[in-house]
Design a protein around this ligand. Sequence first.
Ligand code: SF4
Length: 193
Amino acid sequence: MESNLDDVRKDVISCTRCELSKSRTNAVPGTGQIETGIVFIGEAPGRNEDLQGEPFVGAAGKILSEALAYAGFSREDVYITNVVKCRPPDNRRPNKQEIDSCGIYLKKELEIIKPKMICILGNTAFGSLLGGGEITKNRGKVIKRDGQLYFVTVHPAAIIYNQELRQVIKDDLKALHDILDKIKKGIKIEINE
Ligand code: SF4
């Protein structure tokens, strides 16, 4: 039987596939609207997300919501998820084993949603999805890989430590909004293969 996002959500909530299940308060499945086909992927839940069981509800979530609104997106119209669904202790970066263990859920989410565009938020998602290292050179660009379009920008949490990036993520998401508009109208966009 084909799984749907509710099944994925249930599986995530009860998952014990990696060590992060031992230290989490709540697993944090993806959430949001899938009809628009726009998916944002971050790194992992933080403290507030762990407490509430929802992605991007803390300080980084506020920055993301602000940037989405600035760019003309409604947060309710996009799907938001993370590479890893449980909070790593002390907000450390998830390790390879955790990313690999949790990858089945992200893969299922993407298989079900079949996104028109995946917006990669930060280095961990960039490395996990496209094998990229430093996002600086690819920020603000559309990349096509195996028929899937990706757009790359910084992680909202990076803005907490570097306020200069606050406008960067806003401008990037505005550019993404314009790109999606062009795609809708059949206007050619610049794609990096
Ligand atoms: S991080 Fe992912 S794989 Fe690890 S326990 Fe949580 S849901 Fe399962």
